[in-house]
Design a protein around this ligand. Structure first.
Ligand SMILES: *[C@@H]1O[C@H](CO)[C@@H](O)[C@H](O)[C@H]1NC(C)=O
Ligand SMILES: *[C@@H]1O[C@H](CO)[C@@H](O)[C@H](O)[C@H]1NC(C)=O
Length: 796
């Protein structure tokens, strides 16, 4: 991509900075109260990082002599922006289901507890019109606490179970005391001989300029809570994610400020929850004072120290791998973590004076928007993301906020003071330097001209609007950032319960190892390990089903009436690697980075009943619409070349499709490598596995697409009890219980739904002597998290 021609405003604007008007770079007056209503609309924005660094440097320079007052102001600024009120559980939590007795074995005083189900009413008989899944009983194991931690080999899941296997409930647990967590490091061992033999040395990074504050480690417990369910959709093991450890709230977020006061530099949330034995997470680093941290500067310093490890975008010939995958060294006796080196070993360089491998870099682009109500929990989440992905990887990843300025009347391009005001009003100061602003008007400028008719436009939105074309600003962002090979599109209301590096690194590795043969067909189906068997069996099953369907498997670019070639296609280039000489060779695409990694299946939108399936623009409406694939939830990794092709489809061919459908369909049309990564998704009920398969793979030819799709408006309710879907009810409930706040458990006489049932969990319940303690969950993605602290409910 010719980036030069698209650089509108970096150096020119920095010369406009009024160097003497320092007061404009101070945080806004703390007296001025501002409240933002949380809006669920997705948002975004564009600004030059360089300028912000200059701004931040200026502010620091000027305020150099009065750092304490600056810190105070920063803190108050943050408080003003996020405002969380003190919270007390006003409802008495329900009666307990735990009985306890103490037994003395020798000198050891061991306690034994019996945990029974809290389902008050038996599951109702199915009635006409009632969603099928509501007839299944709720699962209890998620909510059992740390006293029930057992080694992985003793673990027995409540669900799914093999036929004939009994439920571990009522659960009998015996314990002598709370277990202790240990640091959890999923990064490669950068100091190992193996690593340094192949890669340039990694320099450690720090939170501060003086290199006094090391980046903390997350803590995990070695083991699993007895009886907790396994994921039903997807798998830890398949993707190389550890499934033999669990995380509690303090191990996960304590290092970033959960559980200690503002005076100590924390965010003060989590102190209103049960917290026995949480001090251990601060033993190594102390309670870190985050008041003065500037994350953009920390990332820049880290990258600078590690520059030579990474591929230089100007040098195309360097050997490169996308990640520096190595063996994680998590707590305890780590079992093989599944991350493989295989595909990256290049025998060409295995002799004495071999050049060291350079690593490709990845941007994580978080879609922020003006009006978003920041909270302390959200701040913690992004501190964790930056620390784990960027600072602890020595700059392999960089986190950016693409800030959508929704008011088109704001002169963000003309006036740096306006831009600064928007940051002050909308983004916590510690993240200002990560922001790039954009607006829909800007997209009209970048992608001018008529886009032609749409087959349908159910939302009646503009083609340049964020709702229908959320990727436009990401495409433009990629053009302006040639230093990255891949771009994660991420949203504010997603959380990863675990270490972010483990998630993104393993997904990238897994995507690279996948064959292109049958990839579109496998990706169109939810993988249910306990039902489909291992991945080889699943691959064989999909192969057989495809053969039985009578439809040819997708391989390479698809042709369709009215297809217009890309410029590269017209000049004879192709995205198909040389290893793909025949469409039967399973090594085709193995070792090739995926252009698109999605977190839900890539389903055929045709006849799927998905509301926006025909929101297709720019193609000849006299012909049938082109073939389409779609993945719900826009969180996904896109390669530079995929974004480049989408850019050309937009500006040159004036082709577009509804947001969730555009990247996948472009990849399909142009022969790019796309995979759905079956990450672990949990369900709240004891589904029969055949029913899971029927509900989630009930589309055409046993896929998730076409007629009968789970994404049909009438079928989407099936996702409400899962941990990952845009309208999931379970994700928020589980997450807030894990954070330590009482929630209505959703268990009621009509099968139970969100908001029904009894108030369970929270401080009062978890602190009772008869409680099993605070929750500890295996790693998982949760979405949507619309609120976290109970006081936020009043703002909704
Ligand atoms: C392979 O998959 C089929 C179809 O889902 C299933 O019936 C069979 O039990 C699986 N085999 C194994 C070994 O898991
Ligand atoms: C697919 O078909 C082959 C040949 O009929 C059979 O051997 C194999 O077991 C089938 N795979 C699955 C998972 O059913």
């Amino acid at each position: 991509m010719e980036r030069r021609s698209f650089l509108p405003r970096s150096s020119s604007l920095s010369t406009l900075l009024p160097t003497s008007d320092e007061k404009y770079y101070l945080p806004r007056s703390v007296q001025q109260k501002r409240r933002f209503k949380l809006r669920t609309l997705l948002g975004h924005c564009f600004y030059r990082r360089v300028i912000l660094w200059i701004l931040a440097a200026l502010a620091l320079l000027i305020l150099g002599l009065s750092t304490t007052s600056e810190n105070g102001l920063r803190r108050e600024r943050l408080l003003e922006l996020v405002q969380s009120r003190p919270y007390e559980e006003t409802h008495d939590v329900s009666e307990h289901v735990v009985e306890e007795e103490a037994i003395v074995t020798g000198s050891r005083r061991e306690k034994v507890m019996v945990v029974t189900s809290s389902e008050k009413a038996p599951p109702p008989a199915w009635r006409e019109g009632m969603p099928y899944w509501l007839r299944f009983k709720h699962l209890d194991g998620f909510f059992v606490g740390l006293k029930a931690l057992v080694p992985a080999r003793e673990y027995q899941p409540e669900h799914p179970r093999k036929p004939g296997e009994g439920s571990p409930f009522p659960l009998t647990i015996s314990y002598t005391g709370l277990p202790t967590p240990t640091p959890y490091v999923p990064h490669p061992d950068y100091e190992s001989e193996k690593y340094t033999a192949e890669h340039h040395e990694a320099q450690p990074c720090y939170l501060d300029k003086a290199k006094q504050i090391p980046v903390p480690e997350v803590y995990a417990y070695d083991g699993i809570i007895q009886g907790q369910s396994e994921p039903v959709l997807g798998s830890h093991n398949l993707l190389g994610l550890r499934d033999d450890v669990c995380f509690d709230r303090f191990g996960r977020y304590g290092p970033y400020g959960l559980g200690y006061t503002f005076e100590e530099g924390g965010v003060e949330v989590g102190m209103d929850t049960e917290r026995t034995g949480n001090e251990v997470v601060w033993e190594k680093t102390g309670k870190i004072n985050y008041d003065t941290i500037d994350w953009a500067e920390a990332q820049a310093r880290c990258l600078d120290a590690n520059k030579k490890r990474f591929r230089d975008p100007a040098d195309k010939d360097q050997p490169s791998t996308t990640t520096s995958s190595g063996k994680g060294s998590g707590s305890g006796k780590a079992k093989q973590d599944g991350s493989k080196q295989g595909a990256q070993e290049d025998p060409t360089f295995v002799h004495s004076e071999r050049p060291k491998k350079k690593i490709g870099r990845t941007a994580v682009v978080v879609r922020a928007y003006t009006g978003y109500q920041w909270t302390h929990h959200a701040v913690l989440n992004f501190r964790a993301m930056i620390s784990e992905l960027s600072l602890r990887s020595g700059g392999e990843y960089t986190v950016h906020f693409l800030l959508h300025v929704r008011d088109g009347n704001e002169a963000i391009w003309a006036d740096p003071i306006t831009a600064q005001r928007i940051l002050d009003d909308n983004i916590p100061p510690e993240f200002h330097g990560l922001c790039t602003m954009w607006s829909e008007d800007q997209m009209r400028l970048i992608y001018p001209g008529g886009f032609g008719r749409s087959f349908s436009n159910p939302s009646s939105g503009s083609i340049h609007g964020v709702y229908r074309s959320a990727h436009m600003p990401l495409q433009y962002f990629a053009l302006n950032h040639p230093e990255y090979d891949h771009f994660w599109n991420w949203e504010l209301d997603m959380r990863w319960l675990g270490n972010y590096y483990e998630l993104f690194d393993r997904l990238g590795n897994w995507g690279r190892e996948q064959s292109r043969v049958g990839a579109w067909e496998r990706s169109s189906k939810y993988y249910i390990p306990r039902y489909h068997g291992d991945w080889a069996n699943f691959t064989s099953l999909v192969h057989n089903e495809t053969a039985a369907s009578g439809r040819p498997a997708v391989f390479g670019p698809v042709s369709f009436p009215g297809r217009v070639p890309l410029r590269s296609e017209a000049s004879g280039e192709s995205f198909i690697p040389r290893s793909c000489a025949t469409r039967a060779d399973p090594s085709c695409g193995v070792g090739e980075d995926a252009d698109l990694i999605t977190l839900n299946p890539l389903f055929d939108a045709e006849d799927s009943g998905w509301v926006f399936a025909s929101d297709v623009t720019g193609y000849n409406t006299a012909l049938p619409p082109p073939p389409r694939r779609c993945a719900i939830v826009t969180a996904s990794r896109l390669s530079r070349r995929l974004l480049g092709v989408m850019h050309e489809e937009n500006w040159r061919l004036h082709n577009s499709m509804f947001t969730e459908m555009f990247p996948a369909s472009v990849a399909l049309h142009r022969g790019l490598k796309a995979v759905y990564a079956p990450h672990p998704v949990f369900v709240d009920r004891e589904w029969e596995l055949a029913a899971v398969d029927k509900a989630f793979n009930g589309g055409r030819d046993h896929t998730s697409g076409g007629r009968g799709s789970p994404f049909d408006l009438r079928n989407e309710h099936n996702h409400k009890g899962t941990s990952w879907y845009y309208h999931s009810e379970f994700a928020g409930l589980l997450w807030r219980r894990w954070l330590g706040y009482a929630q209505y458990d959703g268990r009621g006489p009509n099968g139970g739904r969100s908001g029904e049932g009894t108030l369970r969990g929270g401080k009062v319940e978890e602190e009772r002597a008869s409680s099993t303690g605070r929750m500890c969950l295996r790693s998982m993605l949760v979405h949507p998290i619309k609120w976290e602290h109970p006081s936020e409910l009043e703002d909704l």
